[in-house]
Design a protein around this ligand. Structure first.
Ligand code: C2O
Length: 598
């Protein structure tokens, strides 16, 4: 990894205030995305996307106030890419947010661009590519913003960093093809093959007895939330997703995909034993649990190298800490006067190709032809009208300064971790499992709510998020289960677009990425610059199934027709010339098509 400090970092001791003052610097990285081979669970070597021919990926680290510059080059050869800085607010730099189709064009094979943004926030974050369900193939790593004024600084001696992840042996393009398919009408997500900690298993962490560690934990998974605990030790939660909390004791936490925690853990003085650190994938998320799956990953706190490694106890009941009970350290009060309430109703359903998709308010997100930020910048006053962003963008235009509320009704029996780009939000309310749709008369609000950037809605239940629209930009809001983002579980907040038109100048290399990938970068979602309310030719989701048709019905029809056809083929084969498998396949395709049209 080429890391250089392009300025001198120097600290001055301001003697009068007895505090340390550090100058902000620019931290520069050269990141080349490349394929490398890795075998993190020891069971299956496979190609993964590394940076500079290394995997696991480097940690991006800076101090509050620093500028991070990443020269990114895509050397994958066969796939486009991008980098998103998960949890970074990108205040004034929404075009650096890395979400392809939303805030930028794809970085094609052989192409480069430079991300450049200043971090005026602290805490535990991560980075990952944000295109075509790509990051689970390995292009995801931690991003840490150190805080020179950590309010808990006196309470710990050292820092540790742990990532959690699920892991697949197959590559995402293959998994996506079988997931989004008529043969998977229920939308059963591929089940991971393993769980990882720091992109490995059985990691040994040597610790100093008696010391207190701040352990940063980031779940960089594609899908699985994990229960996390340390045998024989309690944790004190002090940070969630970059927001300090009042310290809260927990013996077990639940970390959804994309969430982060910092916990303080004090080591024992007694060095007679070593202890297991356990992450356990939440099997409720999996439609079927293969008998061979080990959902757990274990690491070890090593008090004494000469002692045995313990065997972690298996649990069949989990009782994690409820993050809704946390309070923000800065005492920011619940926003009471909501200016703009957005109700989002989540469902899963089939479309006309028989595959399963995800919907908010009956719309499954489809990437528009023109990335949404570019439409916001090039449609004049019409940028305030959500229509220009296209029927399948599910765009909501926010006015500067308003208090926005998202009321999310989850009409699905699954748990979903939702992430908002560009902001943290208050978790004003979260209902228990199966509570149904939001009913304000049945909700209790905390006067100082927990804030974070990723939060889980419970099965068939609801939650209410609030934030202030104080960050002009184009911000994705989506489920961070990569399978669900890929099938449309997203909306876009277009925040103060007319302010963006005045203040934002997209750098030339970002425009060049559009040219290189033949992506239009002006006009409405369809690329129409003349009549921005004419969306002819825009990208749309597949048409719904015809009334009375179910995806299961289509599968049944295909198989019965194919077997009938094979029967005929056998007769034809006896009677005449042989028939090739290609012909069978094309007949099969025709049957699927005609099935849809009925
Ligand atoms: Cu980790 Cu759209 O984000």
């Amino acid at each position: 990894m080429a890391l250089s400090l392009s300025n001198f970092r120097y600290c001055c001791f301001a003697l009068l205030s007895f505090s340390v003052f550090c100058n902000a610097v620019t931290v520069t990285y050269n990141f080349n995305a490349t394929w490398v081979t890795a075998n993190p669970d020891g069971a299956f070597p496979r190609p993964v996307i590394g940076i500079n021919n290394q995997w696991p990926l480097p940690v991006v680290r800076a101090n509050k106030g620093d500028t991070i510059v990443v020269h990114f080059t895509n050397l994958l050869g066969n796939q486009s890419s991008s980098l998103h800085w998960h949890g970074i607010y990108q205040n004034g730099t929404t075009h650096m947010d890395g979400a392809v189709g939303v805030s930028q064009c794809e970085v094609g094979p052989g192409r480069s661009l430079t991300y450049n943004f200043t971090v005026n926030q602290v805490g535990t974050y991560w980075y990952h590519s944000h295109i075509n369900a790509q990051y689970p193939d390995g292009i995801r790593g931690p991003l840490i913003i150190e805080d020179p004024d950590n309010p808990y600084a006196d309470e710990f001696d050292e820092e540790l960093l742990l990532t959690l992840s699920d892991w697949y042996h197959d590559q995402m393009p293959n998994l996506m093809a079988s997931f989004v398919s008529v043969t998977n009408p229920t939308g059963a997500e591929p089940v991971p093959d393993a769980a990882l900690m720091n992109d490995t298993q059985n990691l040994q962490i040597k610790i100093q007895p008696g010391k207190t560690y701040m352990i940063r934990i980031a779940n960089i998974a594609a899908f699985a939330g994990q229960y996390f605990w340390i045998e024989g030790h309690t944790m004190r939660i002090i940070e969630v997703d970059g927001i300090y909390t009042k310290a809260a004791e927990a013996s077990m936490i639940y970390i959804t995909a994309a969430q982060r925690y910092s916990v303080l853990v004090t080591m024992k003085n007694d060095t007679s034993k070593n202890y297991a650190i356990v992450g356990s994938m939440d099997e409720d998320l999996f439609d079927t649990v293969p008998p061979t799956l080990n959902p757990n990953v274990t690491s070890f706190l090593i008090y004494d190298q000469s002692k045995d490694l313990p065997t972690a106890a298996l649990l069949d009941e989990f009782d994690p800490f409820d993050d809704f009970t946390l309070e923000a350290y800065d005492d920011e009060k619940l926003f009471e006067n909501v200016d703009h309430s957005i109700e989002l109703t989540l469902k899963m359903d089939n479309l006309g190709n028989g595959a399963n998709y995800a919907f908010f308010n009956d719309i499954s997100f489809v990437t528009p032809k023109v990335p949404i930020l570019f439409s916001a910048l090039s449609t004049g006053n019409a940028a305030n009208n959500a229509t220009v962003y296209g029927a399948n963008s599910n765009a909501f235009v926010l006015q500067r300064g308003e208090v926005v509320e998202i009321v999310l009704n989850n009409n699905d029996p699954g748990k979903h971790p939702f992430h908002l780009h560009g902001h943290n939000f208050q978790l004003a309310w979260r209902a228990d499992d199966e509570a149904g749709d939001y009913d304000p008369n049945n909700a209790t609000f905390h006067s100082v709510p927990m804030r974070r950037d990723t939060v889980m809605v419970r099965p068939d239940a609801n939650m209410v998020l609030r934030f202030r629209a104080d960050n002009p930009g184009v911000w994705f809001f989506h489920c961070h289960i990569e399978w669900h983002l890929a099938t449309g579980l997203a909306v876009v907040m277009v925040e103060a677009p007319l302010d963006l038109q005045k203040s934002l100048k997209v750098p030339e290399d970002f425009i060049q990425a559009c040219r290189d990938s033949n992506t239009p970068f002006e006009g409405n979602a369809a690329g129409n610059t003349k009549d921005v309310f004419d969306l002819t030719g825009e990208n749309k989701s597949i048409a719904p199934l015809p009334a009375g048709f179910t995806a299961r019905g289509i599968v049944a029809l295909v198989f019965s027709c194919v077997s009938a056809f094979l029967g005929l083929a056998v007769i034809a084969w006896y009677g005449a010339a042989p028939i090739g498998t290609a012909e069978v396949a094309s007949a099969q395709r025709r049957i699927v098509e005609s099935g849809q049209e009925e």
